[in-house]
Write a protein that binds this ligand. Structure first.
Ligand SMILES: Cc1cc2nc3c(=O)[nH]c(=O)nc-3n(C[C@H](O)[C@H](O)[C@H](O)COP(=O)(O)OP(=O)(O)OC[C@H]3O[C@@H](n4cnc5c(N)ncnc54)[C@H](O)[C@@H]3O)c2cc1C
Length: 407
């Protein structure tokens, strides 16, 4: 590879910026593509060609993870944790264990600012601060600067729980260049991330359409059970309104779920595999009733509140799992059972045929055109989504049962 070239093409960079954190001359800057995806760029005036940025790249090293040793279906015993979490709230249970024993937790947080939302990894050392880390944010979470701070914490002897996408965990480990006994890592089963710019453009579009300001957005609302509903807190004049909607009715969520708006490297992600680089892996336990019909209620779990799949990948992971066992409800499962409903444990998301068209259209004509494409695509289905969303759960379940016996 030629000197000063950080990555071969856009599919070979996950945008973690470990290279930026590692550079002793602060010679790496951030550049954004027109679609808002961030990439590192070398400032040749400052660069001394030491090559550390290239050697440090975790993404280049690929996936050297382990196959899980044990697999569980699990959820927090606390309803408060469950309602703020994307699935079973296992992340928050583990995070509490750390901060209540003098440790620090690093995970993704989302903030509203005057100019839009910021999604970036932040640190927390008490239960109150942990609240900002709860829940999935379906956007790229920025990590520049985070690896340096994590290293300082580890060097100070404090224990650190780092949680993120598999590429972010690989980036941290590669940045550190040595194992730390006081570091525990958690990664998510991940299907890909859109850019923060696209998300903020969606917010602007939404605000214009509904004449409001979006104060808050929760990607996974559970007031109607576990699923892909989002919750938007909007303000217009003096009035504040909380709106829950089926994610499939929003062009941002719809395009996210379909996979049309991910960062380029997500479509060839080396970490979408059973081999896991973190001590523990968390995901949604899709298909739990098919795999464990009798055990769910027996164990006191309830999928309307959220159930996670938990993969214990290392001894350190097993040790943490043991430490939080009193605060969770769980039972043993198998990797094959989880993977049967979660393709991201075997292959990266495939790139939909319309991905280039959607992104080009976004760049040329703005977010409105993305919304138009999506609206055309779902057409009549929109009414089905609305109907399903408003239908009482009992009716929905009965209908599903009837339809499955007809099939
Ligand atoms: C972009 C993305 C894609 C996902 N895709 C899948 C999938 O295909 N299949 C599946 O089973 N599960 C997927 N998940 C994981 C799932 O949504 C839950 O996060 C997971 O089950 C853990 O839930 P929890 O209830 O234990 O904790 P939660 O409280 O929901 O987890 C919170 C923690 O997750 C991490 N996190 C949240 N958002 C981000 C982000 N944008 N970037 C990095 N880290 C983040 C943070 O550290 C955060 O603090 C995905 C999550 C994200 C963020």
């Amino acid at each position: 590879m030629e000197k000063n070239r950080l990555y071969e093409d856009s599919s070979k960079c996950c945008g973690c910026f470990a290279c930026k954190d590692a550079c002793p001359k602060d010679a790496i800057t951030i550049r954004a593509t027109e679609a808002g995806f961030l990439y590192p760029k070398i400032d040749t005036a400052k660069c001394v060609n030491c090559g550390l940025c290239i050697r440090i790249c975790g993404y280049k090293k690929g996936n050297d993870g382990n196959k899980p040793e044990e697999v569980f279906a699990a959820a927090s015993k606390s309803n408060a944790i469950l309602s703020a979490a994307a699935s079973g709230g296992i992340f928050s249970v583990m995070a509490r264990e750390f901060v209540n024993n003098g440790g620090v937790v690093c995970g993704s947080a989302m903030f509203r600012t005057e100019t839009g939302f910021i999604v970036r990894h932040s640190f927390a050392d008490n239960e109150n601060e942990l609240k900002k880390l709860a829940g999935s944010k379906y956007v790229k979470s920025a990590t520049d600067g985070v690896f340096r701070e994590a290293e300082e914490i580890l060097r100070s002897g404090k224990s650190l729980l780092f949680s993120g996408t598999p590429c972010q965990v690989a980036a941290l480990k590669s940045f550190l260049r040595k194992d730390y006994d006081n570091l525990t890592t958690v990664d998510l089963i991940c299907h890909g991330v859109p850019s923060l710019q696209l998300f903020n453009d969606y917010i602007l579009f939404y605000e214009k359409k509904h004449s409001c300001t979006v104060m808050d957005l929760i990607f996974r609302d559970k007031s109607r059970g576990q699923g892909m509903n989002c919750r938007i807190t909007e303000k217009s004049g003096e009035k504040t309104r909380v709106k829950v909607m089926d994610g499939r009715l929003s062009s941002y969520f719809g395009m996210f779920l379909k996979g049309s708006v991910y960062r380029e490297n997500c479509y060839s992600c080396p970490y979408a595999s059973e081999k896991r680089g973190a001590d523990i892996t968390l995901g949604d336990y899709w298909g739990i009733y098919q795999e464990h019909a009798g055990e769910v209620t027996k164990a006191g779990l309830d999928n309307r509140k959220g159930i996670s799949c938990v993969l214990i990948n290392t001894g350190k992971g097993a040790d943490l799992w043991q430490r939080v066992s009193e605060d969770i409800l769980c039972f043993h499962s198998k990797l094959e059972k989880v993977a049967a409903h979660n393709d991201r444990l075997s292959t990266p998301s495939s790139k939909p045929a319309d991905r280039e068209h959607v992104m080009k259209s976004y760049i040329l004509n703005g977010y409105e055109s993305v919304d138009e494409i999506y609206s055309k695509e779902i057409q009549i289905k929109k009414y089905r989504y609305i109907l399903e969303f408003h239908m009482p759960k009992t009716v929905k379940r009965t209908l599903k049962r009837i339809l499955s016996t007809q099939a």
